[in-house]
Design a protein around this ligand. Structure first.
Ligand code: C2E
Ligand code: CA
Ligand code: CA
Length: 556
């Protein structure tokens, strides 16, 4: 210990002979703080008072409570590990017995000052070194392994049981900060300590190790548990019982029957991951790692990471699906919807349903929408240049893009820079966006329409709309969701709903676009009902601009 000579340690001298006592005091005074006791009872009082004692010098033969009894009590209280005891004796047979009782050394009487001073110093140093060593591997609060030792320990278990079914688990206290705030930090510590103890007693019964990874997060590695929920229940009960906190809730993530070829860190990442999934779920306390879920999240994560690259390298393509006006004798090509696809270098073609929701959640969608609008507008211009006539294109507008303060400006810039009329860029705004923020959207849509952009409500009837919305919201057309179209030829009820929608649209003088039309039967029925426009596989799937030229050529 480097600081050995700077910090004064406390030595407790327990000796009934006043002369011997003052002899010892005179030898140690100055170097140590001295406490004196004339019998075992007095000594125990100092110890129970929590005095920070570095060493006890203990006489064996004393009235009231003798040295042997002191040793026994200290042993029972497991205090001998913390406070070393040197026995003072002139009787060699007593030496053996006191060593058996846990004394660390003995000093024969009569006292030789140099011997006393040297032993006291050496023993204190040794015991402090040992304590320091012990504490490195242990979490001081819970007595569980430190994470570093835990992983070492687990690796060792792994070598012995490499073919046994093992589980990696993460246990966490829900809203632990609330416990700290409501009951105080000391209670928080108590909860962690009793959790650790509950854990230890469970682990005693099976091959297992635990550590406190940090804060209120515990790692456990143990033999496979067929019922982890029960295990967690027992631990939670033991904590609740001891702490009296009835609302205490634990959650657990399990990576069961670990794949032994996966690294130890990774096993706990998986358990951790499972645990995360029920973070705010009050109906479940145990979540089991699921490879499928993990793959999906890894996929989503990769897509987000690759977004900038994809933009920079032109991996987003805009495809076009033709729309036909079916009011006359023959269907007439009347427009196209621009639909984005991601040609990913690793995953191949990805459809928008796999990435649009992701980009909406992360705000990236505004940049993608912008790219699609720009591409679509340029395409309108290109076709006009090539074919001499203008075909309007519909683009999708995400709810996030609408909130962009530059939204209207951007669209006007795009139309202007591409040299197209605003009426040839149709904006599809999904029904759920209308439902989200009616008030604000009404203003925005009014501005857009004022600037000449036609606005359609997309996915109408997919679930959010009330018919009342239709009468209050400004728009030019209603695009009926394909779910409503799918079964009209078989389900009378669906046909009735659709009929009602057509009636309302007609009374509001809104055009109706039906999308997802796949069959001749659907087409006939819709035509008969007075549907204005149709989009769907019946005419064509979305295609690349090159292929789309056929539709334009046929129209000439
Ligand atoms: P949406 O706006 O409802 O687009 C129609 C979807 O139906 C398209 O799917 C289209 O390929 C598909 N579809 C067309 N006809 C049929 C048919 O007859 N049968 C069936 N089963 N499906 C048909 P896609 O291209 O996968 O797009 C899915 C959704 O992704 C779109 O739904 C739209 O909400 C969104 N989306 C696509 N491109 C963009 C974009 O550039 N920006 C934004 N914000 N969203 C986009
Ligand atoms: Ca659409
Ligand atoms: Ca739609």
């Amino acid at each position: 210990m480097e600081d050995f000579d700077f910090v004064k340690r406390t030595v407790l001298i327990v000796e009934d002979e006043p002369v011997n006592r003052s002899l010892l005091v005179s030898m140690l005074e100055g170097k140590y703080e001295i406490l004196q006791a004339s019998d075992g009872l007095e000594a125990m009082r100092y110890i129970e008072n929590g005095e920070d004692i570095s060493l006890i010098l203990l006489d064996l033969l004393m009235p009231n409570m003798n040295g042997y009894e002191v040793l026994r009590v200290l042993g029972e209280k497991k205090l001998l590990v913390q406070i070393p005891v040197i026995v003072l004796t002139s009787n060699t047979s007593a030496e053996v017995e006191s060593l058996n009782l846990g004394a660390i050394d003995f000093i024969p009487k009569p006292y030789v000052p140099e011997v006393i001073r040297a032993r006291v110093r050496r023993i204190i140093q040794m015991s402090e070194d040992a304590a320091a060593l012990r504490s490195v591997g242990k979490d001081p609060l819970t007595g569980l392994f430190s994470p570093r030792f835990f992983f070492r320990r687990v690796e060792r278990i792994e070598r012995y049981v490499s073919n046994r079914a093992m589980d990696a688990m993460v246990i966490n206290v829900n809203n632990f900060h609330l416990i700290n705030n409501l009951y105080g930090r000391a209670s928080g510590d108590d909860v962690l300590l009793s959790l650790a103890e509950g854990l230890k007693s469970e682990l005693d019964a099976c091959l297992g190790v635990a550590c406190r990874e940090h804060g209120d997060n515990f790692y456990v590695y143990l033999e496979h548990q067929s019922n982890p929920d029960d295990l967690l229940g027992r631990i939670a009960d033991s904590v609740r019982g001891r702490e009296g906190i009835r609302t205490l809730r634990l959650r657990m993530g399990v990576y069961p029957k670990v794949d032994h070829s996966v690294s130890m860190e990774e096993r706990f990442i998986r358990a951790e991951h499972a645990c995360q999934t029920i973070r705010n779920d009050y109906t479940r306390r145990v979540a089991v790692y699921d490879a499928d879920m993990f793959r999906k999240e890894a996929f989503a994560h990769n897509l987000l990471e690759n977004f900038d690259d994809a933009l920079a390298h032109g991996q987003f393509q805009v495809w076009y699906q033709p729309q036909y006006d079916i009011r006359g004798q023959e269907p007439v090509l009347s427009g196209a919807e621009a639909l984005v696809r991601w040609i990913h270098p690793q995953y191949g073609m990805i459809l928008p349903d796999d990435f649009i929701p992701l980009f909406e959640a992360n705000g990236l969608i505004a940049r993608l929408d912008h790219l699609v609008w720009h591409t679509a507008a340029s395409q309108v211009r290109q076709w006009r240049d090539d074919f001499g006539s203008t075909l309007p294109v519909s683009v999708n507008v995400s709810r996030i893009s609408i909130r962009d303060p530059r939204f209207e400006e951007d669209l006007l810039d795009i139309a202007r820079n591409s040299g197209i009329q605003t009426r040839d860029l149709v904006l599809e705004i999904t029904e759920s966006a209308y439902a989200d923020s009616m008030g604000q959207l009404v203003d925005t849509v009014n501005i857009l329409r004022g600037n000449g952009f036609p606005v359609e409500m997309d996915d109408f009837g997919s679930g959010y709309s009330s018919l009342n919305m239709l009468t209050t919201l400004p728009m030019d057309a209603l695009k009926v969701d394909m779910k409503l179209i799918r079964n009209i030829t078989e389900k009378e009820k669906d046909l009735q709903v659709l009929t009602l929608i057509f009636d309302i649209a007609r009374s509001l003088e809104l055009a109706v676009v039906a999308e997802g039309v796949e069959t001749q039967a659907q087409y006939n029925l819709l035509k008969q009902m007075g549907c204005d426009f149709i989009q769907g596989y019946y005419f064509s799937r979305p295609v690349l601009p090159d292929e789309f030229r056929h539709f334009l050529r046929r129209q000439q």
